[in-house]
Ligand binder design. Sequence first.
Ligand SMILES: [Zn+2]
Length: 411
Amino acid sequence: MSLLAAGIVAAVGLSGAVALYLMRRQASAVRAHRDRVPEHFVGEVGLDDHRRASDYTLERTRLASFATIFETSVGVLWLLVLLGPLYTLLAAMIPEGLTRSVAVVVCVAGVGHVLGLPFSLYRTFRLEAKFGFNRTTAALFLRDELKGAVLRLGFSVPLLYGLFYLLRTLPEIWWILGLLAVMAFMLVMLIVYPALIAPLFNKFTPMQDAAMTARIEALLRQCGFEAKGLFVMDASKRSTHGNAYFAGLGKAKRIVFFDTLLAKHSPDEILSILAHELGHYKLGHITQRFAETAVFAFVGFLVLHWAFGTSALADAFALPNDPGVVLVIVMIAAGPILHLLSPVTSFLSRRAEFEADAFAKSLLGPDSMIRALTKLSRDNLATLTPDELYVMFYYSHPPVPVRIERLRGSS
Ligand SMILES: [Zn+2]
């Protein structure tokens, strides 16, 4: 094995090992505090609920550990064993050209998705069901899978053809055009997703509650926020987890509440959650997130430009130098790098959450937000005692106890 190949395989393995180490830390932190409700939550969260949240977190972490071991092994297997025979098989059926390259990528991604299915089946029908969250039926799961597969193929195949075509015809500047195309695609998706794709999976009905709608609209006016409407999504047909979000761009923005959230929270709490979401818009977090993605995409295309211009990667694994094969190697090798960067991206995300909380507090005071967060973590069985290093790596939202502490503070 060449040095480059050994380096990539070692990085993939190391990244998996780091993930497993962090999950073990998370599990022991949760287990250690299982029998005692944290001081600030005594009275708000009962010991039984606290224990259930611990058990739920432990089981999820255990499943994630198995998934990590499995995915890491599959990644290494592709590189060292499977990619060669797959290419030979495809080469026997498809003449050299764009289609063969696209087929390599689609096959690897497709096989990866199918191999991951047992994990998502177990998560949905065993784990989530055991803790009373799951509402999905086998038929709905299957329908979601089929719709998802059609959408993924429908978007990725033309994109791959386009990229490989550019690479072939304009080898010097293909990556700049590719980058622009991908960024344009993402912008279009921001508009297309809420209007055309999300409705394929859920029903969105305008909010009926007149009193609630009036209060929400008053809050929106107070912030000078324009939106296309308030919608309630039938999230309860899949799961009882509650949430709210904004979607869309410009004046086409819509505010979406999960029916599961509306069912469990008081009007004041819902307003606070909305104010938090408004904070994300007002403070430019959506643009920030987009800029972050643009930086990642830029670096990604730069790497691809190098990778397609040399035969180093294919040679390292003694594989044919086909753009499809090279793209697969880059995608697998990118995993550990992105993993290593997750403390940075998670930090930026958590900082934005703190800012959005502060925004909500400035509008409505801290009390209803604190109640909403306490209820959300209790109902979603989020652990109140995570491991600090695990949080640093993976938590896109600060743990609820930390958020509440900040909200209580004078800042
Ligand atoms: Zn947020």
